[in-house]
Ligand binder design. Sequence first.
Ligand code: ZN
Length: 225
Amino acid sequence: MSVQASPSRAAAGRGEFMRAAVLRAPGLFEIVDTPVPEPGDNEVRVRIEGCGICGSNLPLWEGREWFTYPFESGAPGHEAWGVVDEVGASVQGVGVGDRVAMLSYHGFAEYDIAAADAVVPLPDELEQFPGEPLGCAMNIWQRCQIEAGQTVAIVGIGFIGAALTQLAADRRSSYRDFTPAVCAHDGIGMRCPQSYPMGQHGLRVGADQAIYGRIDVPARHRVCR
Ligand SMILES: [Zn+2]
């Protein structure tokens, strides 16, 4: 990864500047100074503490011929969390100082704007927590409508895969004839050999089997336990 940094002039507040990452070209992020955004009526501004890197971010980083670079500053970060530091005039139920996780679109920056209904409060116990992918996991879980007697295959044991494995394991305990959850690895686009031990993680969070393999080399899979 290449990063070009410039000195920060960042400071919170109207008319001030913040640092943000700009994806200039495949494999090249640049840190730039850009104005701190102002929230609209139904939006909040969040001082970002961290932002997850989604699997969907990776093609933009790797490059595809149909992408146009550079991307907007802070994009494509959408898994941020932090502290609300300003709210729009019509916002209710979220206040300055609240720690929240959110769905926004320019989260690779010191501040980002989110719709007031796209933030959720973070409990004190969760210091570093990307809430957006947890929301994805819950959507997947709801749509799957897991029932007794089914076998669950989860491809990839990253953040979302681990959450789904845990949900499947929990559900198994309430269904007597629920067949074992299976955790498969590795997912499309995750081809680095170093990620293989993550299959063990699947077993730790409740899977009954881990299948090691690569999508592009299916014959080399092997089942452990
Ligand atoms: Zn995502």
